[in-house]
Design a protein around this ligand. Structure first.
Ligand SMILES: *[C@@H]1O[C@H](CO)[C@@H](O)[C@H](O)[C@H]1NC(C)=O
Ligand SMILES: *[C@@H]1O[C@H](CO)[C@@H](O)[C@H](O)[C@H]1NC(C)=O
Ligand SMILES: *[C@@H]1O[C@H](CO)[C@@H](O)[C@H](O)[C@H]1NC(C)=O
Ligand SMILES: *[C@@H]1O[C@H](CO)[C@@H](O)[C@H](O)[C@H]1NC(C)=O
Ligand SMILES: *[C@@H]1O[C@H](CO)[C@@H](O)[C@H](O)[C@H]1NC(C)=O
Ligand SMILES: *[C@@H]1O[C@H](CO)[C@@H](O)[C@H](O)[C@H]1NC(C)=O
Ligand SMILES: *[C@@H]1O[C@H](CO)[C@@H](O)[C@H](O)[C@H]1NC(C)=O
Length: 914
């Protein structure tokens, strides 16, 4: 799981590659790389031996060091020697091989091109003239930075970033007094999911690196290095300082030493004072400044008015307001400005047009309203425009975009825009990334997309398009990696979007295809199976029919598959069992029949399995409990399952929703339900959505007498529903141990015996439906101590005795208790005979005469009365509506988040889309 988190990390400095080039070229003029090597010397034997010993300490799976044989080590790959002395001066083992993103998504991803090792050989210290050492992007997971590196006194350049080093940074590095460049942070510009996990509790050693010009400590935990920033302030030659995400407290400085800084990255730390520190103004050479996510404002000093050297400015996720933006507008040299996620409000100031060089503008997620000032459309150098998540209005038309020839990334969703362009519009730009969710674009499918040959990712979710997808929009004839067209009224068959003439030749790297909630008809085309790299596929809520193509099992990377709410039929193909990475499988509300294929037991990572409302038959397979041990949500309701509920189900400790309602299940409720430990807890589960940003699956839960759709907060739901089966026997006492349960619905069975006395233990219970069983005896008084209960139905049982007194139970209306002839006392009209103890075998009610429809849940159950639960039908329906809205909204966010993870992998502005 951790594999995915790295995608969320913050961006790298834009100039990083440039620095490296400069250093290689200028700092080591005497060094000679293997390309330049043409002289007569062979390398020094002792150094050769040391290198070989070093090599021996490495694991080199992909044989990257195969050239490390023979006498002349100066010609080995990654080695550079001094032109006249022949001594090794450069050791560059940076791993340049980058996996494709979809590969990393595979949970079993293993970096073969990474050099690895659990102990680096100290023989390196024999390379006494080493000036350049780069071990970055390898996998030395779990080991500490070797202290002996501090002995390489000649080092100018040391790069250990993203190589998996952990623990305390050795202070010995402080001995490298010639060091100009030090990077031990994470760079996030790579796909390999290996980060350093370093800390430094005392950064005094940094202060000794008096020649240092470039320092990257991004992600190194400095939270215990109290005066960390002061140590850095001792370095007068510093040009670049990256302390992003160091958990540092940035102090108030009385005197800045590093006045020659040209790039300063302090994002995601904490400032002693929420106001932008005045010392920033003393950095008169500063070109790049990153202050992302620091809770800063600039209400007092108007700092930026004087920082006219700035070129790149990242102020995202702070509290800056429109007046700060206005003062920034004086910095005409800016080429990139990110003020996303701040407190900008009102109109975008028209001064925004005063940046002739601006290539990137990020203003998303503020409270900007009004129309966009015309000056913005004059920013002719703009390549990336992010203004989504505001309340901007107006009609965008082709003349707005006429001058934006360089535009590559356009993020304008959601706003209150509509986009009106003629069907023959040929935009001046070639976009790679288009996010126009919730922008009114339709009703016609946007023809101008046809001119865009470089699209990687397209999000037109909820864009009011009611049209067929034209044939030119073939997924296979383009280089898309993500298409999101959910929530429109797209019609026709899916063939047009999938098929393409030379599909077989094409290497497609499509990762996301979300076409749910449209009007697509026809069957699922086999060509879909050519999208072998797909990770998310959602075709649910359409009018698709036919069978699931067998070849869908070839999509081995799928983690998320939703085909729910269509008219698909036939058996669920056994080939789906090949999709071993699946985490979410939702096939509910179709017409699938037959038995579940046994191959599904290979879906060991499944956490969410929803097959409800189909016609699936057979017994509930034992392998669900035995093999799918990660399951958190299991929904099989409204199918034709028969037989008993086997004890094997109890092997699912993470289960938090179990819905087997409306089948033909018989036998008794297993006592081992107590093994559902997730339901014993009142804490939310760990459904991956909350951590890993999937698109939410939507799950209907019967709650408070109404079906609610859960999506975003699905992992807070704890529910058991076995309603509408033929279950017999008693309600196991053990269920009363599942104290996190919010819903317990055992209605419409033949359960007998008493209601467990300790039912009052279920303190989270909101919905309790035991109606239409054969339960006897009295209502346990403890029931009245469940204050959260807002829906209760005990009707049509054989309960007897007084209704427990002392709480809301008394204020509820009849239907809850109806059909229990032995009950007496308030709120019923028949009062209990004085002194009569509750009868154990009350009069028996024969409920055979009642048909299902007499007892619809509307009829049974809305009591006007529990303390917080005074909700009438109208109230509940409104509640549901707001839920829908919430679901709707969060789907949209989810889209954006996936977007970020997958598509914006190299964008500096990635974090805008969190
Ligand atoms: C290599 O050595 C030979 C003889 O020692 C000498 O003539 C030649 O110039 C040398 N070449 C280089 C590139 O130094
Ligand atoms: C890195 O190495 C560790 C320890 O050997 C290993 O568990 C992990 O899977 C490796 N990571 C990758 C991405 O190869
Ligand atoms: C350094 O080189 C010397 C001489 O070749 C050798 O004896 C010694 O073991 C080497 N040291 C290391 C740490 O490899
Ligand atoms: C500035 O640098 C000098 C020399 O390194 C040092 O002596 C002085 O203490 C530094 N000043 C501060 C405020 O750190
Ligand atoms: C900034 O520079 C001014 C003069 O240019 C100086 O008086 C002031 O002390 C400096 N502030 C800091 C924090 O270095
Ligand atoms: C725009 O926002 C400003 C500031 O929040 C507010 O005063 C103004 O009424 C808003 N205008 C519109 C049209 O919503
Ligand atoms: C219930 O859990 C216990 C302890 O974890 C285990 O020994 C037992 O086998 C489980 N019962 C079933 C039926 O899985």
């Amino acid at each position: 799981m951790g594999h995915l988190n790295f995608l969320d990390t913050t961006p790298s400095l834009p100039f990083l590659p440039l620095f490296i080039t400069i250093l290689v070229a200028s700092q080591i003029p005497l060094g000679c790389t293997r390309e330049a090597h043409s002289s007569n010397f062979t390398c020094i034997e002792s150094e050769r031996q040391s290198l070989l010993r070093f090599k021996d300490s490495l694991t080199d799976e992909s044989n990257r060091l195969s050239s490390w044989t023979g006498g002349d080590c100066c010609s080995w790959k990654g080695i550079g020697c001094h032109r006249t002395t022949g001594r090794v001066v450069t050791l560059d083992l940076r791993n340049l091989e980058q996996p494709e993103l979809y590969e990393v998504y595979n949970t079993s991803y293993h970096c073969r091109s990474c050099l690895a090792g659990d102990q680096l050989s100290p023989s390196l210290v024999n390379l006494t003239n080493l000036r350049y050492l780069d071990l970055s992007l390898n996998n030395f997971s779990g080991i500490q930075i070797p202290t002996f590196l501090g002995l390489l006194k000649d080092l100018r350049y040391l790069n250990l970033s993203d190589a998996g080093f952990v623990g305390e940074v050795p202070h010995h590095l402080g001995n490298l007094s010639h060091l100009r460049y030090l990077d031990i942070g994470f760079s996030s510009s790579n796909n390999i999911p290996i980060d350093n996990n370093l800390r430094s509790n005392d950064v005094g050693w940094v202060a000794r690196l008096s020649s240092l010009e470039y320092l990257f400590l991004r992600g190194v935990n400095l939270s215990n290095a109290g005066d960390g920033f002061l140590a850095v302030n001792m370095l007068p030659s510093l040009k670049t300082l990256d302390l992003e995400s160091c958990e540092l407290v940035v102090p108030h400085l009385l005197h800045v030493n590093f006045t020659s800084l040209s790039s300063l990255e302090l994002g995601s730390n904490q400032f002693l004072n929420p106001t932008l520190p005045p010392w920033l103004r003393n950095l008169t050479s500063l070109q790049g400044l990153g202050l992302f996510s620091n809770n800063l404002d600039d209400k007092v000093h108007d700092t930026f008015r004087q920082m006219t050297s700035l070129v790149n400015l990242d102020l995202g996720r702070n509290h800056f307001d429109t007046s700060t933006l206005r003062s920034i507008c004086n910095i005409s040299s800016l080429t990139s400005l990110d003020m996303s996620d701040n407190e900008l409000q009102g109109s975008i100031p028209s001064e925004i047009g005063q940046f002739p060089q601006l290539t990137l503008l990020g203003l998303s997620n503020n409270r900007l309203n009004d129309t966009i000032p015309s000056s913005l459309w004059q920013l002719t150098k703009l390549q990336e425009l992010y203004i989504g998540e505001n309340a901007l209005t107006g009609e965008l038309s082709e003349h707005h975009f006429a001058k934006l020839r360089e535009l590559k990334r356009l993020y304008i969703s959601p706003n209150l825009f509509s986009l009106h362009v003629s069907s023959s519009w040929v935009p001046p730009f070639q976009l790679q990334y288009i996010a126009m969710a919730s922008v009114k674009i339709g009703p016609r499918f946007p023809n101008w997309l046809r001119t865009q040959k470089e699209i990687e990712a397209l999000n037109m979710y909820n864009a009011s398009i009611s049209d067929a997808i034209p044939s030119w929009f073939g997924v296979l004839s383009n280089d898309f990696s993500a298409i999101i067209l959910s929530g429109n009224k797209l019609e026709g068959s899916l063939n047009s979007i999938i098929s393409a003439a030379d599909a077989d030749k094409k290497v497609v790297q499509m990762l996301i295809l979300l076409l749910n909630d449209n009007h697509f008809t026809g069957s699922i085309p086999e060509d879909l199976c050519k999208l072998k790299t797909l990770i998310y596929l959602d075709l649910s809520d359409n009018h698709l029919s036919g069978r699931i193509p067998l070849c869908l099992g070839n999509l081995r990377n799928l983690r998320f598959l939703r085909l729910a709410n269509n008219s698909l039929y036939g058996q669920i193909p056994g080939s789906l069992g090949n999709v071993g990475e699946l985490i979410i499988l939702q096939l509910s509300k179709n017409r699938f029949d037959g038995k579940l294929p046994p191959s599904m037991q290979n879906l060991k990572r499944l956490q969410f399995l929803d097959l409800g409302e189909n016609r699936i038959a057979g017994t509930i397979p034992a392998w669900i409990g035995e093999r799918l041990s990660d399951l958190e949500f299991l929904t099989l309701q409204s199918n034709n399952f028969h037989g008993g509920i086997s004890n094997t189900l109890c092997q699912l400790p993470y289960l938090q929703v179990l819905n087997l309602a409306h089948n033909d299940l018989s036998g008794s409720i297993p006592h081992c339900f107590k093994n559902f430990t997730a339901m014993e807890s009142t804490k939310s589960g760990t459904f991956p959505f909350s951590n890993e940003s999937y698109l939410d699956p939507v799950l209907q839960i019967f709650k408070a007498g109404i079906e609610l759709e859960y999506s975003k907060n699905i992992d807070s739901v704890k529910s058991i529903s076995l309603s509408g089966n033929n279950l017999v026997g008693e309600i196991p006492d053990e269920i009363m141990g599942l104290v996190g349960l919010q819903t317990l619905n055992l209605s419409k069975n033949h359960l007998n015996g008493r209601i467990p006395k300790n039912i009052g233990n279920l303190k989270q219970l909101e919905t309790l439906d035991l109606s239409m069983n054969e339960l006897r005896g009295e209502i346990p008084p403890s029931l009245s101590s469940i204050y959260t209960l807002s829906f209760l139905n005990l009707s049509y049982n054989k309960l007897s005795g007084p209704i427990p007194s002392g709480n809301q139970l008394q204020t509820l209306n009849d239907p809850i208790y109806e059909g229990n002839i032995g009950l007496c006392g308030k709120p019923l009209l028949n009062s209990c005979p004085a002194g009569e103890s509750p009868t154990e075998n009350g009069p028996v009610l024969d409920d055979k005469g009642h048909s299902e429809s007499d007892f619809s849940w509307f009829y049974a159950g809305f009591g006007p009365g529990f303390s917080v639960g005074v909700v009438g039908v109208v109230g509940i329906l409104q509640f549901k509506k707001s839920w829908r809205y919430a679901v709707f909204k969060c789907l949209e966010n989810a889209h954006d988040r996936i977007w970020v993870m997958i598509v914006l992998k190299t964008s500096r502005l990635r974090r805008n889309f969190h």
